[in-house]
Design a protein around this ligand. Sequence first.
Ligand code: IPM
Ligand code: MG
Length: 357
Amino acid sequence: MKLLMLPGDGIGPEISDASRKVLDAAQAQFGFPLEYEEDEIGFSSLERYGTTIRDDLIATAMAVDGVILGPVSHNEYPPIEEGGLNPSGVFRKQLDLYANIRPAKSRSGIATPTGRPMDLVIVRENTEGFYADRTMVTGTGEFMPTEDLAMAIRKVTKKGSRRIVEQAFALAARRRQKVTTVHKANVLRVSDGLFLEQARAVASSHPSIEYEEELVDAMAAHLIRSPDRFDVIVTTNMFGDILSDEASELSGGLGLAASLNAGTDYAVAQAQHGSAPDIAGKGIANPVSLILSVAMLLDWLGARRADERLNHAARIIEQAVDATLEDPSARTPDLGGNGSTDKFAAETARRVTDLRP
Ligand code: IPM
Ligand code: MG
């Protein structure tokens, strides 16, 4: 099994290194085959190749079993014509990674802003919506007809809606049997109307799963008031982008939030947060988000390859992270601890080794 490692910008190299230490410990314990291929993405790729993501890297990503994508400073890149492509968008579109699975789970020992525990997953559509790089065959979904008028197109398809809702129901069936569809069909009657219609159709074929709908603005409030009310939340791309940051912050911090971009054939593990250039190189970045994203990738690969060792390793990595988080001397400063990236990784790797039954 081969994984492509793309450390990315800012704190990317540090947290990628930390994730690799944990993954190596899991590999040693569970004995699954594992090889890495490392390559460049983001600013280092821009300097060397004139683009933040090369075309042939997509071909490499398709040839390996999974990708670990470090955070990128996309907002600081030059315009597309000067090589500043958004690597997240390129992967999501080119590999058809339509499901962005984003858990937000409170962890023992980590305070939550609401004081309430939560354990939910946002299933975010990843290939259409309000993302201008994902709407058109040529050109972009954002344009300026005149100097003083900017417009943006939002794309919602029947197929795209249906497949993301199906993912949400499949996930809920393995969890607490509840799906909440988030939309804004009171205003976007046609586009979110189509999304909702597909959601209802999928819901009707899963009568044993509880189903509800919420408007996105109300949802932003419900998440704060009663985050423990939700199990699986399914929504369109931009709403999912925003709500997933809110949910992860409510679960204890953006640094804890894992995410997997998955399609039918490919999967990319990617932390939910950005590249945090202000703390890059200081050795204090919280690696939890990427470590847990890598665990999600192992879980996905385990199901795909029918290799139980990978699913088991994923569970043990999560338990090891939880146990390490309970130790304030291992936690990174964003979580009120005085640990370092390396220490957190080493402690988690040690626990992966110790925890294995
Ligand atoms: C995310 C990020 C990306 C997005 C950015 C980096 C383009 O915020 O993965 O949530 O908006 O999708
Ligand atoms: Mg985001």
